[in-house]
Design a binder for this molecule. Structure first.
Ligand SMILES: [Zn+2]
Ligand SMILES: [Zn+2]
Length: 458
């Protein structure tokens, strides 16, 4: 990893903000994840410069590395399988397709190799896929869609060699092979489906130099293979020639897979391949806030959260968040001023413990404090009277003095009577409030309840 993200130390940075001097990952920028061509900084809103593409020199400088790749120990059995099966078949032209089928394990390995090289950087610590890739249906699907165009070109060229002339066959084969890497990349990037082929021109155009290396190898390499086989035919028994053809085919296939895989690794970001590991899942607003918090821009975050809690959609979490920020920033006055609306949100969410904690906090500042609005008092008392009967009594007791017009006064005093009688055993006091309800409220339902209470306490 060249540069970790400033705020996600485990993630590789894909962007650099020149204004803030920060390396940032995809989570920490405002950008389209599928086309990682441009993004903006969540802190300063400036355009960002992409970073993190491995530039290890042009692909052709490492060509020898790719040519040797099939001889790596884990891949040798693939060459052997193809060579041996091809050699064992009876020497008939009709057996050519069957001999190509012997390449199936190589096809699957190549598909897995490309997927491995092009995938997230973390998994790229393993250089080669293991044999378990042969058990994956995705590897097989990609393998078959990738093998199809290559086999078509081979088949067509072979037919022309037999039916027309050797130069015509070589020419068509050589030209056809120029397209094969693009089709392989198309399947690699877009998945194993026939529609994927349509994107092939993109990969030729957007990485012309590296593509040239792969296409050149695909074309010249295949002609070279054919030439070698032609020479071998004159000096070796046919069975050995068939084995050699299988071996060379396997070599060509794996070299090209290595090249295509590394092209995807270098340029995949332009094509929307996800190489940064985790995908961006949080919404932009949350990520912006997180980044601003990480950067210590509390005032900026506070502006946002203050706006959020004014909306109807604000959740308990939003309020909690805003409250915490105010606490961190030492804005006690603002915090105290917001206690009633915060309490209202907590009550509506039935978050009684938090509501009690909030009341306790406010009463520490001002021991006499109780919420002013009678609706809030009643709602709070209804929620907490079993846990905090004393507080409930405090909330309800002289409501008729302060708020004579409160519509639910009868309800409130009924509750107060209940608390007094059931929690404190003060039946006499409770009776006073019941009488108040009887004399002041015309509501038949309330009168019914009063009667019920008297029955229960008698
Ligand atoms: Zn980040
Ligand atoms: Zn910035």
């Amino acid at each position: 990893m060249k540069h970790p993200c400033k705020y996600h130390p485990g993630t590789e940075a894909l962007w650099y903000c020149a204004h803030d001097g920060l390396h940032l990952c995809q989570q920490c920028v405002d950008g389209d994840e599928d086309h990682r061509m441009e993004a903006r900084c969540l802190l300063c809103n400036h355009d960002l410069a992409p970073v993190g593409q491995d530039q290890v020199g042009p692909l052709w400088q490492r060509l020898d590395h790719y040519l040797q790749l099939p001889f790596a120990l884990p891949l040798l059995p693939l060459l052997a399988i193809w060579a041996v099966l091809a050699a064992l078949l009876p020497p008939l032209w009709m057996m050519v397709p069957v001999a190509l089928l012997a390449g199936l394990p190589t096809f699957a390995f190549s598909a897995a190799l490309m997927a491995l090289r092009a995938g997230p950087r973390k998994s790229r610590r393993v250089a080669l896929p293991g044999w378990d890739c042969l058990g994956e249906s995705t590897a097989w699907q990609s393998a078959l869609w990738q093998a199809l165009p290559a086999l078509l070109v081979i088949g067509l060229a072979g037919f022309l060699v037999v039916a027309v002339s050797i130069p015509a066959g070589l020419l068509v084969g050589g030209l056809g092979m120029l397209l094969v890497p693009a089709l392989w990349l198309a399947v690699l990037v877009n998945g194993a489906a026939p529609g994927a082929y349509a994107a092939a021109p993109t990969y030729m155009i957007s990485a012309p130099r590296d593509y040239g290396v792969a296409a050149g190898f695909a074309s010249l390499g295949s002609v070279l293979v054919v030439a070698l086989i032609a020479v071998a035919m004159d000096v070796l028994p046919l069975r050995f020639v068939q084995g050699l053809a299988g071996l060379l085919a396997g070599w060509w296939w794996l070299v090209l897979a290595g090249l295509c895989g590394d092209i995807a690794a270098r340029h995949g970001r332009l094509w929307g391949l996800n190489q940064g590991g985790r995908r961006v899942t949080q919404p932009l607003a949350e990520r912006r806030q997180r980044t601003q918090l990480c950067a210590g821009r509390f005032d900026k975050v506070l502006l946002t959260t203050a706006k959020v809690i004014k909306t109807k959609k604000a959740t308990v979490g939003d309020w909690h968040h805003h409250d915490r920020l105010l606490a961190v920033l030492g804005k006690d006055e603002e915090r105290a001023a917001l206690v009633e609306p915060y309490l209202d949100v907590l009550i509506r969410a039935d978050a009684w413990s938090e509501a009690l904690a909030l009341v306790a906090r406010q009463r520490k500042r001002d021991p006499q404090w109780l919420p002013g609005a009678p609706v809030l008092r009643l709602a709070l008392a209804e929620g907490i009277y079993e846990r905090e009967p004393k507080l409930a009594v405090g909330l309800l007791k002289d409501l008729h003095d302060k708020h004579p017009d409160f519509a639910d006064l009868g309800e409130a005093y009924l509750l107060l009577a209940k608390v007094l009688a059931e929690q404190f055993g003060l039946a006499g006091k409770a009776e006073q409030y019941l009488r108040f309800v009887e004399s002041h409220c015309r509501d038949a339902r309330l009168r019914q309840k009063v009667a019920e209470c008297r029955d229960a306490w008698a």
